[in-house]
Ligand binder design. Structure first.
Ligand SMILES: Nc1ncnc2c1ncn2[C@@H]1O[C@H](COP(=O)(O)OP(=O)(O)OP(=O)(O)O)[C@@H](O)[C@H]1O
Ligand SMILES: [Mg+2]
Length: 215
């Protein structure tokens, strides 16, 4: 059986996480790897229900409530999807994970990062990704992309996308600082170029780390 591997993709709104997760999943699957692609918040029925609460515009959610809902969703996702997949030797590709909570709730909402780290540890049962790729784009570029995509773009996107430019700049800075603090696990990829160029940069990193010669 192949050794399991856990990859998370992170980055601000519209940085291309979902696009790149899909491309990477296809590449690895085409090369015979068992891949489980999933996302946060979400990935299970319970966690997708929490996602709808978290992302629906128009609700006023207190920062601590928001944090607990993300962690609740993560605990379910870990127990139901990620840990079983890793136990089965799969490559798990997760669209957003614990670093998003540090970036958004820690840097963005200014909640205590140590508290968030503790809650992350509890929710994940201490399992950290083997590799995290942060897609870095200027805030305005990402928001423009995300809003173009959003069905409700006329009304300004989901609850988080509607946050101020200052909030999104803190999130981006948060991601940069996370990468600086854990250079072994976390790699930053410049995501302002084309989808293809960004994919190539990700493949190069994955190929090295996973020691794949098929790609
Ligand atoms: N490198 C790129 N250049 C231009 N457009 C891109 C690029 N990557 C993705 N896009 C487009 O930008 C939009 C947002 O991309 P995507 O949904 O992958 O981002 P995301 O990081 O998952 O966003 P969100 O944070 O909203 O989930 C999509 O319409 C996608 O096709
Ligand atoms: Mg996405």
């Amino acid at each position: 059986m192949r050794k399991s591997f856990f990859i998370s993709l992170e980055g601000p709104e519209g940085s291309g996480k979902s696009t790149q997760c899909a491309l990477l999943t296809r590449l690895l699957t085409d090369n015979g790897y068992g891949v489980v692609a999933t996302r946060e918040p979400g990935g299970t029925a319970v966690a997708e229900a929490l996602r709808r609460i978290l992302l629906a515009p128009g609700r006023d959610i207190a920062p601590l409530t928001e944090l607990f809902l993300y962690e609740a969703s993560r605990a379910q996702h870990m127990a139901e999807i990620i840990l079983p997949a890793l136990r089965n030797g799969k490559i798990v590709i997760c669209d957003r994970f614990t670093d998003a909570t540090i970036a958004y709730q820690g840097y963005g909402r200014k909640l205590d990062k140590n508290v968030i780290r503790q809650l992350n540890n509890i929710a994940t049962q201490q399992r950290i990704p083997n590799l995290t790729i942060i897609l870095d784009v200027p805030v305005e570029t990402g928001l423009r992309r995300a809003r173009r995509l959003a069905k409700d773009s006329a009304a300004g996107g989901d609850r988080i996308e509607r946050e101020s430019a200052a909030f999104h700049r803190r999130v981006r800075r948060g991601y940069v600082e996370i990468a600086r603090g854990e250079p072994e696990r976390v790699k930053v990829v410049r995501a302002r170029d084309t989808i293809e160029k960004t994919h190539a940069a990700i493949v190069k990193i994955i190929g090295t780390v996973l020691n794949l010669n098929v790609i």
